[in-house]
Ligand binder design. Structure first.
Ligand code: PMP
Length: 377
């Protein structure tokens, strides 16, 4: 009976959930939320919740190591890479990357490819610790991946694998002729296959594809540990945290627990290859609707680097009244999170791993109907 009540409670709680196209924090898979709800009062019969657990306990060690192992398996991370869980978000990593790596070479310079808001912020932050060289002609619009010329003396080459605001995504890994590559995969980690061995450091805030806000994953090749500038705070020092198995201080325990559950869900779904297939279908549906709209919908990004995860678009060339109407109507159709980032305006749909094909179809069907009703205006 208790079990039945519990199940009814879960169903009731899940009813009325919206289709959530938020850019992050974003939708979590329902099975993850259900499991959290069940375990909230009493995790695995231990008599307490994860929120109340010591980060030094055996139970939490299990949670942390499970999350690491799942990530290693899902991304096929080679043995010579460490996985660490830090706080401070993606922005914390903009500083951490520079503090840990810019002194790798005496000139303290790093090459930055700037393709949107987030890589621009990362380059600006790195300037505090050395010289961040932008390795391509400056552009005022973020709609393409520029031609770059890298410098052999760079401590590292940095880029953002997927620009969440502008919707620009790298498909190929640039050839940096052996200079370690650092990449921000905050908004596309686990969305497509990736050859980790091509990177020196991959980092990702969890709150889009792999969990909730509060924890940031860093995957780092072992030879890049121990190069931090002396003033680097210990909590952001990759070697200190790798040596301490991310427990130099209290980590985001709940964030790591949620990440572990999302990673388990991702494995049971079929891993990165199945997620990738689903993501291709979803983004094809949406970009086709844009491309086949006779210009009613338009995406400013070059076709060869359009993001699978974040799709920004304008309506009728950026008609503010029509875009407002679109947002109001999608809201009354139970779809949310479609407003473009405040710095660019327009519409943005984020199609992270947890978004289903059916949810994407719902949006695309609405878009077609909206166009029919409004294109003659
Ligand atoms: N990098 C990317 C690609 C992002 O999308 C974001 C946030 N949306 C950040 C970094 C910054 O993350 P945080 O807010 O966790 O610092």
């Amino acid at each position: 009976m208790d079990c039945l009540n519990q199940r009814n409670g879960l169903l009731k709680a899940a009813a009325g959930r919206k289709v959530n196209f938020n850019a992050g924090p974003s939708k979590l898979p329902l099975p993850v939320l259900e499991r959290v709800q069940v375990e909230m009062m009493n995790f695995d019969g231990k008599g307490l919740s994860v929120l109340e657990m010591s980060h030094r306990s055996t139970e939490f060690a299990g949670i942390l190591n499970d999350a690491k192992n799942s990530l290693r398996t899902l991304l096929d991370i080679p043995d010579n890479y460490k996985i660490i869980f830090l706080q401070g978000g993606g922005c914390g990593q903009f500083s951490a990357v520079a503090m840990n790596l810019i002194a790798r070479k005496p000139g303290r310079t790093a090459d930055y490819i700037v393709t949107g808001t987030w890589s621009a912020k990362a380059a600006k932050e790195a300037e505090k610790y050395g010289k961040a060289r932008i390795v391509h002609p400056k552009s005022d619009t973020y709609t393409k991946i520029p031609q770059c010329t890298f410098n052999e003396d760079a401590s590292y080459v940095y880029y953002c694998a997927n620009e969440t605001v502008h919707g620009v995504e790298f498909v190929d890994v640039p050839d940096t002729k052996g200079v370690p590559i650092v990449t921000d995969m905050s908004s596309n980690i686990l969305s497509r296959p990736v050859d980790v061995s091509k990177f020196g450091v991959i980092f990702a805030g969890a709150q889009k594809n792999i969990g909730c806000a509060g924890v940031t994953v860093v995957i780092i090749r072992e030879d890049l540990l121990g190069l931090a500038v002396p003033e680097c705070p210990s909590v952001l020092n990759y070697k200190t945290q790798a040596d301490a198995n991310s427990l130099f201080n209290t980590p985001s325990c709940f964030g790591i627990y949620i990440m572990g559950l999302v990673l388990k869900w991702a494995s049971s779904f079929g891993g990165v290859s199945r997620l990738y297939k689903q993501n291709c279908i979803k983004s094809d549906l949406l970009y086709s609707a844009i491309n086949n709209s006779n210009g009613f919908y338009s995406c400013p990004v070059d076709e060869n680097c359009r993001s699978m995860m974040n799709v920004p678009f304008r309506i009728n060339g950026g008609d503010a009244a029509l875009e407002k109407k679109f947002l109001e109507e999608t809201d009354s159709e139970n779809m949310m999170g479609l407003k473009g980032h405040r710095s660019v305006g327009g519409i943005r749909a984020s199609l992270y791993n947890s978004i289903t094909i059916e949810e994407t179809e719902q949006l695309v069907d609405f878009m077609k109907d909206f166009q029919q009703r409004n294109c003659a205006l």
